[in-house]
Design a protein around this ligand. Sequence first.
Ligand SMILES: [Zn+2]
Length: 427
Amino acid sequence: MFDELLDIDPGAEESVLVERIAAIERLKSAAAAAQARLAVALDSQRRAAEAVAGVPAARRGRGVAAEVALARRDSPTRGNRHLGLAKALVYEMPHTLAALEAGVLSEWRATIVVRESACLDVEDRRRLDAELCSDPAALDGVGDSALAADAKAIAYRLDPHAVVDRAAKAETERNVTIRPAPDTMTYVTALLPVAQGVSVYAALKREADVCCDARSRGQVMADTLIERVTGRPADQPVPIAVNVVISDHALLGAEQGAAAIAGYGSVPSAVAQKMILDTVADARSRATLRRLYATPTSGALVALESRSRLFPKGLADFIGLRDQRCRTPYCDAPVRHRDHATPHWRGGATSGVNGLGTCEACNYTKEAPGWKVVTAVADDGTHTAEFTTPTGAHYHSAAPPMPGTPKIPLSQAELYLNGELVRVIAA
Ligand SMILES: [Zn+2]
């Protein structure tokens, strides 16, 4: 049936094309419902087996969300969301699951209904499920925001205290995050309680109201934010450590390519070069240079020169710079832990090869029973990790190549950092 549906004839009549698009959309929803049932089955089988094996109740099912994530080529964070959604749908919200199965709701809309009912107890959650999703016709033409508003209204009517309590709990989740934006810009996002969030925005807006130079309102607000948070004018280099990985050729302007900023990602080498030169030119800033050695063919980072006498610190830096992001496939979270792939207690070495940059959650997940990670260095120098999950599924992870692999011989060049001569020698 799938094959027939997915066999595309671009020459078909327009009405047939539209009907096929709609049919495939229903198929995607039905597939999401089937994935939810499968995830719940996996979770309950695993928990039952672990109960038999004597694993304490609180530790059962650890790592299942990460397995779901890997199978779906998604991040562990989304894996948690997928498994949470699956359990809510299968155990507590049969009408929402049926609407998903029938293609009346998309997976995202089902997620909205589950999210907005999360603060309710099981009985109220079932009531919300029936009230909102038992009639497919009532969901026709309802968009994401309208659906969320309907679910919120029902939840508040059923249990106002739970909604208020949830708001109080949400305040504990205030946070600041960063992610790349196009054109070497970045989004710094603050999740704040509404009163503080509105007051931050109002303070920046007030500054824009009284400012009368050539800058736009948005520019004044952004500059004011930078100045108040860093304590320095927006056009001055920032007095904190920013790790930039750039090839010697790119740093000296002999080639154009990409450079990597730790915790951000890839930027054009010309942008990184300007950042570094601005820092060097500013007497109040301090720039330091360390040599990283990459293999010429693959660009794999193979060694790091550290002036530090403490070997572990140099090794931790090396792993962080080599891996750049958590090494679990699809995770993308910043590296927080330098982890032993083969655990220390099993004789795993504290070495670059056995070392793995991971986020906190993934480090914890791979300690769960049945998980195994084997690391190696390929012939071209690339550091690889093979993840094996409790079901025996394998997933491959490779450290990213370093930017700007040297292509032309550079005999010896000289670079001054804060008046000190540093020699850059080609790898
Ligand atoms: Zn991770």
